[in-house]
Design a protein around this ligand. Structure first.
Ligand SMILES: Nc1ncnc2c1ncn2[C@@H]1O[C@H](COP(=O)(O)OS(=O)(=O)O)[C@@H](OP(=O)(O)O)[C@H]1O
Length: 366
């Protein structure tokens, strides 16, 4: 393979020729099942997941060439599950001896730049901020992230001793967050069709259930390598989950740091309010496509409203509507969502056994 030095980042190398790859993808794409998806490019069924058409090439490229190192920390997630938040938390934990909350790069650089996506940023021709295919880490640890499902991760991630941190979120909140992201702040109606396509799995990187379960099972089978976090847990008790996270990635907090309040300081720095108010996250765009502020919206938890549905549908609906930010929701919406979700979890639990039951209970507990 030809290598060349990336001029923006002289220490980093990328394969110069992607012609064969482009050809391969062009031949493959028409043969794959297609759906519209919620974002403009369309999605195709590749290796059992719905891959955005415009990412297929990058995913395959990463699968073929990404060289993982034992020191890598890889944040994996289904979109809209708290990726951006976890990026800031991991970055802050790893770099806490280099930066304080008054000079951290988080104040001037967006989280997606600091912790780039493998398939969106790195194996995309233009930006390569880390050495991706070399065998010696040029920067250690490398903080990377991915939305690729566990079963389709590059082999080198599976083989190396890198750490994989997964974040999961209540699917009801994920649908709404996805929807807002897809309509980019324009007026829109969240209706049953959106929920149906989401729960059928026909959304970018879906099915959601397979994505979560893949990493869930991996975290049970290889707890030293993959750790599973819930967005709701982080919101509920950030300090103890930050401790667990820091230990897992190999940067545990000392007793002295705990007493000095370093954990709470990181939690405050990375709070939604703090990040949303930073100029760097209020203006500009990511990949010249998504406004930076679209990654910082409300960050709320809807599940308590789901429970209200059983006792008082009117209260559930009102709660949901105010939380939905005025989006028009039909009367039947909360019921349909609950039953679709519960039925799916129930069926999958029956067929897959205990881990799912646990996940099911875990989700319901919030
Ligand atoms: N710091 C912090 N704390 C809590 N919640 C946060 C934070 N930063 C982002 N968010 C919320 O996460 C949602 C975006 O999800 P992702 O970051 O996974 O999106 S993406 O996959 O990177 O596109 C999106 O959720 P919704 O508000 O429900 O849309 C964001 O508001």
């Amino acid at each position: 393979m030809n290598l060349q030095t990336n001029m923006e980042h002289p220490n980093f190398t990328i394969p110069t020729s992607t012609e064969d790859l482009d050809q391969e993808v062009q031949e493959l794409l028409p043969s794959l099942p297609k759906e519209e998806g919620w974002l403009t490019s369309g999605i195709c069924l590749y290796q059992g997941f719905w891959c955005p058409d415009n990412l297929l090439r990058n995913v395959i490229w990463a699968q073929k060439h990404f060289q993982s190192h034992d020191q890598d920390i890889i944040l994996a997630s289904f979109p809209k599950c708290g990726t951006t938040w976890l990026k800031t938390l991991i970055f802050s934990i790893v770099n806490r001896s280099r930066y304080t909350s008054s000079n951290t790069p988080l104040l001037t650089t967006t989280p997606h730049k600091l912790v780039p996506f493998l398939e969106i940023d790195l194996f995309d021709k233009t930006e390569l901020p880390v050495d991706l295919i070399g065998t010696t880490p040029s920067m250690s640890p490398r903080l990377l992230s991915t939305h690729i499902p566990c079963s389709s991760l590059p082999e080198s991630i599976k083989k190396s001793n890198c750490r994989v941190v997964y974040i999961c979120r209540n699917p009801f909140d994920v649908v709404v967050s996805w929807f807002h992201f897809a309509i980019e702040g324009k007026p829109g109606k969240l209706d049953e069709e959106h929920f149906e396509s989401f729960f059928k799995g026909q959304v970018a990187l879906g099915p959601f259930w397979d994505h979560v379960l893949g990493y869930w099972k991996e975290s049970l089978e290889k707890p030293h390598k993959t750790s599973f976090f819930m967005y709701e847990d982080l919101k509920g008790d950030i300090v103890s989950h930050l401790k667990r996270l820091a230990e897992f990635i190999g940067y545990p907090f000392s007793i002295e740091e705990e007493t000095r309040g370093v954990i709470q300081e990181i939690a405050d720095l990375c709070s939604l309010k703090n990040l949303r108010d930073l100029e760097v996250n209020k203006s500009g765009s990511y990949k010249e496509k998504f406004a930076n502020d679209s990654f910082f919206r409300k960050g709320e938890i809807f599940s308590h409203a789901i429970w209200l549905q059983f006792s008082d549908p009117k209260v559930a609906r009102d709660e949901y509507q105010s939380w939905c930010w005025g989006i028009d929701v039909s009367w039947s919406f909360p019921g349909i969502v609950c039953w679709l979700g519960f039925l799916h979890f129930f069926l999958v639990s029956v067929f897959h056994g205990d881990p799912l039951n646990f996940l099911f209970c875990h989700l319901l507990a919030h």
